[in-house]
Design a protein. Structure first.
Length: 102
């Protein structure tokens, strides 16, 4: 069984939601080891701003980094759906639930 502290992650995308993912992963104890931006320069700038140790230059570079998502590797592959707890999303959910209850 994996502990969150044992999991390393790379985040693809360094815009608003990429930054949200980096922060959300850190809050649950995941070690964010790298990011991939829309360009190598953008990735490097955002990695520095977010204090992430590595800016990958391409998706191929991330995939060649020795991390696997296949079941045979015995490692975890996950998608972080953190935006479901955004206040706006919760508000919309409440509106829909109230409408459905009528």
């Amino acid at each position: 069984m994996h502990r969150f502290a044992d999991i390393g992650a790379a985040v693809i995308g360094t815009g608003f939601i990429g930054t949200v993912h980096v922060e959300a992963l850190r809050r649950i104890g995941v070690d964010v080891r790298g990011v991939l931006g829309s360009t190598p320069d953008r990735g490097a700038a955002r990695a520095a701003a977010l204090n992430v140790p590595k800016a990958y230059g391409s998706l191929d570079e991330i995939l060649a980094a020795g991390r696997h998502v296949a079941e045979a590797a015995g490692l975890v592959n996950a998608v972080n759906f953190n935006n479901r707890f955004y206040p706006l999303h919760q508000h919309v959910r409440e509106i829909i639930a109230a409408f459905a209850a009528t």
